[in-house]
Design a protein around this ligand. Structure first.
Ligand SMILES: Nc1ncnc2c1ncn2[C@@H]1O[C@H](COP(=O)(O)OP(=O)(O)OP(=O)(O)O)[C@@H](O)[C@H]1O
Ligand SMILES: [Mg+2]
Length: 401
C-alpha cells in the first residue's frame, strides 16, 4: 500500500449567485460560511473543486483547499467507514466577540420575514438560542407556524442547513445512522445517512421537524446527540464502539405538537424534552390573524378577511374552555388555505365547507363538533347560501369565550 493520503471529508463546487460565491456539496448543502472569500473566488475562477481536509497527525483544525485529480480519484473509491473520522476541533466561524453577538441578536428582528407573525422577543430568543448553539424545541398546536419559524431562522442565519422530517420516517436507524452492508473481503460497511454528515458539519443548523411524532427509536438515537455532555452519535450499539462527534457550533431546531388536544402525537420522553430550550409559538390573536391574511391576500375583501379572523378567534376561544365543545380551534394554516379559496372566487360558505368542516367530527347530529363550528361560520356568511340553523341568541351563547 502506498503512503496514506489525507482525504477531505467534504467536497464542494463553488457557484456564483449574484455577487456571492457559494460553496455547495453534491447534496446541495452550503459550506460558504466556513471558507474564505478568496478561496471560494479562486476555485470558481479556476473551475476546480475544493475540499475540507482534516489536519495531519491528530492536530486540531482543518483547511479548505483545492482537490487534485489524485485526491478525487481516491475519494471515488469506496472507503469503509471507521466511525472516528471526525476531527473534534475543526475550525469554526462562530462569532466570539460578545458585543458583535449582542448586536446581531438585538438587531435580528429585521431578519424575520414579513410573512411570519412572531413577536419580537420570541424571535430574538430563537436567534439567540441558535447562535449560542442550544437545542431548540418549537412547540405549539398544529398549523401555528412552528415549521415556518424554524425554516425562517435557518434562512436568516446563513449557515449550512439540513432538514429531517422525523414524523414521516418509518425507519429511524436508516434515516439517522445509515444502512450497514457486509462484504466478504472488506467486512462491514456503513452507507451513512445524511444525518451523519449533518452533525459532522461545523455550524450546521439541523431541523428535526415533527420530533413529537417520531418513532421512539429515533428519540433513543438522538439522546446522546442532543446531550450537551455527550454530543455523539453511536453508529453501532452492539459493538459499543463507533461514534461520530457532533461538530462544534451545530444547532438543533426541533418542532413538536405538544398540547392535550394532540392525542395522536406520542407523549415525548421527559429526558428528551429536558435536552431542549423550549420556544413556544403563540397562536395568533384576531388582529394578528387579520393583519397576516390582509398582507397575504390584499385582493380579498377586507370585511371577509375580518370575518375569517373572527371565526378563527371564536373557535380558538371555545377550545380553551373547560367545557369546550370542540377539541381545537381553526389554525392559521387553515385560515390561509381558506383565504386562498376566497381569492379564487369561492364564497366564505363554500370555502368553509371544504377547508374547515372536514376537520371536525360529524357524529352526534345537532350536538356534533361540526354543527357547532358550522353555526359559528354561518353567523358570518351573508352570501345568501347559509340556511340559518340557529337563531342569533343561540349563536351568541355558543360562541361566548
Ligand atoms: N405565525 C404564523 N405566521 C405566518 N404564517 C403562519 C403562521 N402560522 C401558520 N402560518 C401559515 O400556516 C402554514 C402552516 O404553518 P407551519 O407548517 O409552520 O405549521 P406548524 O406549526 O409546523 O404545524 P404542524 O404542527 O402541523 O407541523 C404556513 O405555511 C403559513 O402559511
Ligand atoms: Mg410543522
Amino acid at each position: 500500500m502506498s503512503k496514506k493520503m489525507i482525504l477531505p471529508d467534504v467536497i464542494c463546487e463553488v457557484v456564483k449567485s449574484g455577487n456571492r460565491y457559494n460553496a455547495l456539496d453534491t447534496d446541495g448543502n452550503k459550506y460558504t460560511s466556513e471558507i474564505t472569500w478568496g478561496c471560494r473566488k479562486n476555485a470558481h475562477k479556476g473551475g476546480y473543486l475544493i475540499g475540507r481536509f482534516p489536519s495531519k497527525n491528530g492536530k486540531t483544525g482543518s483547511s479548505w483547499r483545492r482537490c487534485t485529480d489524485k485526491v478525487l480519484a481516491a475519494v471515488n473509491e469506496s472507503i469503509p467507514v471507521t466511525g472516528d473520522v471526525i476531527d473534534e476541533n475543526v475550525l469554526v466561524d462562530v462569532p466570539t466577540d460578545h458585543s458583535e453577538m449582542l448586536n446581531f441578536i438585538h438587531s435580528s428582528y429585521s431578519l424575520k420575514p414579513r410573512g411570519l407573525v412572531m413577536n419580537e422577543l420570541k424571535w430574538k430568543y430563537l436567534v439567540r438560542s441558535a447562535v449560542r448553539g442550544k437545542n431548540i424545541m418549537m412547540t405549539g398546536p398544529s398549523g401555528c407556524g412552528k415549521t415556518m419559524a424554524a425554516k425562517s431562522l435557518v434562512n436568516a442565519l446563513d449557515r449550512p442547513d439540513f432538514y429531517f422530517n422525523l414524523g414521516a420516517t418509518q425507519d429511524p436507524r436508516s434515516t439517522l445512522i445509515g444502512n450497514v452492508h457486509f462484504n466478504e473481503g472488506t467486512g462491514t460497511f456503513l452507507s451513512e445517512a445524511l444525518f451523519v454528515k449533518a452533525i459532522s458539519t461545523p455550524n450546521a443548523v439541523i431541523l428535526l421537524d415533527e420530533l413529537s411524532r417520531a418513532h421512539p427509536d429515533a428519540w433513543n438515537i438522538l439522546m446522546t446527540v442532543l446531550d450537551y455532555g455527550q454530543r455523539y452519535l453511536r453508529l453501532d450499539e452492539k459493538e459499543n464502539q463507533a461514534t461520530i462527534k457532533v461538530a462544534p457550533g451545530v444547532t438543533f431546531v426541533a418542532t413538536a405538537n405538544i398540547g392535550n388536544e394532540y392525542t395522536s402525537t406520542r407523549v415525548m420522553d421527559k429526558a428528551l424534552m429536558d435536552r431542549f430550550t423550549i420556544v413556544e409559538m403563540d397562536v395568533l390573536s384576531e388582529d394578528e390573524e387579520k393583519d397576516l391574511l390582509s398582507y397575504m391576500f390584499p385582493h380579498v375583501n377586507s370585511d371577509t378577511i375580518s370575518n375569517v379572523s373572527k371565526i378563527a378567534a371564536l373557535t380558538r376561544a371555545e377550545s380553551r374552555n373547560n367545557s369546550a365543545r370542540i377539541p381545537g380551534g381553526i389554525s392559521t394554516r387553515t385560515t390561509v388555505e381558506l383565504c386562498g379559496l376566497l381569492y379564487d372566487g369561492f364564497s366564505l360558505a363554500e370555502s368553509a365547507e371544504v377547508s374547515i368542516y372536514p376537520q371536525y367530527d360529524n357524529t352526534g347530529g345537532g350536538d356534533s363538533e361540526r354543527t357547532f363550528v358550522k353555526q359559528i361560520v354561518q353567523k358570518f356568511c351573508d352570501d345568501g347560501t347559509s340556511d340559518d340553523l340557529f337563531n342569533e341568541e343561540e349563536t351568541e351563547v355558543a360562541t361566548e369565550a
